[in-house]
Design a binder for this molecule. Structure first.
Ligand SMILES: [Zn+2]
Length: 207
């Protein structure tokens, strides 16, 4: 049986963890485009139109939408997130991969080496991506200050308890630390539904 001291320490640890909680946001399926694919799909030199800022500084929702097509299914009006990237990347949920009929792996954003391709369409313009379809690995964007408070470092894998109507502990969450980030956890819609995520739902690191 735990000594009283150990119980007190555990309670203090949990209270501290909760005091360092962060907001959890759900990311819907979306596309990041490189210059070459913007040229192919929207025309040479086309500039994407910003309509809404995202929680991460410098990231934004574009007015333009796109079609993502696989051998089994198609998603229309998929959101494009700016700014443009060095390489195009399509982020979907695991449910979406079944609908598309493409078996995409869970990956951190940007790590698209060896991932399957997918077809992007804007009207009659088509770009056949050779790779870049991923199910985004759940992650926390953290400022260096928040990382220090939570005693975690860039790339660390943690467990996060997400509060709410279907409170859930997520394992295998990667922490990403940068002064360019705002502290938010990102999960996809499968994961958001699994924990009954609502606006303002918060989570905290438990391990
Ligand atoms: Zn994110």
């Amino acid at each position: 049986m735990d000594s009283l001291n150990e119980i007190v320490e555990e309670v203090v640890r949990r209270v501290q963890a909760q005091s360092h909680s962060f907001e959890v946001e759900a990311s819907g399926r979306h596309v990041h485009l490189c210059r070459k694919d913007i040229d192919i799909l929207f025309g040479e030199g086309y500039q994407l139109t910003k309509v809404k800022e995202l929680s991460q500084p410098g990231q934004f929702v574009c007015k333009e939408r796109i079609t993502v097509a696989g051998p089994k299914g198609v998603f229309q009006n998929v959101v494009i997130l700016g700014p443009e990237r060095a390489e195009s990347q399509v982020e979907v949920s695991m449910t979406d991969t079944r609908i598309l009929g493409i078996n995409a792996p869970v990956r951190e954003s940007g790590k698209t080496e060896g991932t399957p391709g997918v077809v992007l369409m804007n009207g009659a313009s088509v770009s056949n991506l050779k790779q870049g379809l991923i199910v985004a690995k759940r992650h926390i964007h953290m400022t260096p200050e928040h990382a220090q408070k939570n005693k975690v470092t860039n790339g660390q894998i943690v467990q996060v308890k997400v509060e709410g109507t279907r409170s859930l502990i997520f394992d295998d969450v990667v922490v990403r630390v940068s002064p360019k980030f705002a502290t938010y956890m990102h999960i996809d819609y499968d994961e958001a539904n699994a924990c009954g995520l609502g606006k303002g739902t918060r989570g905290y690191i438990i391990l």
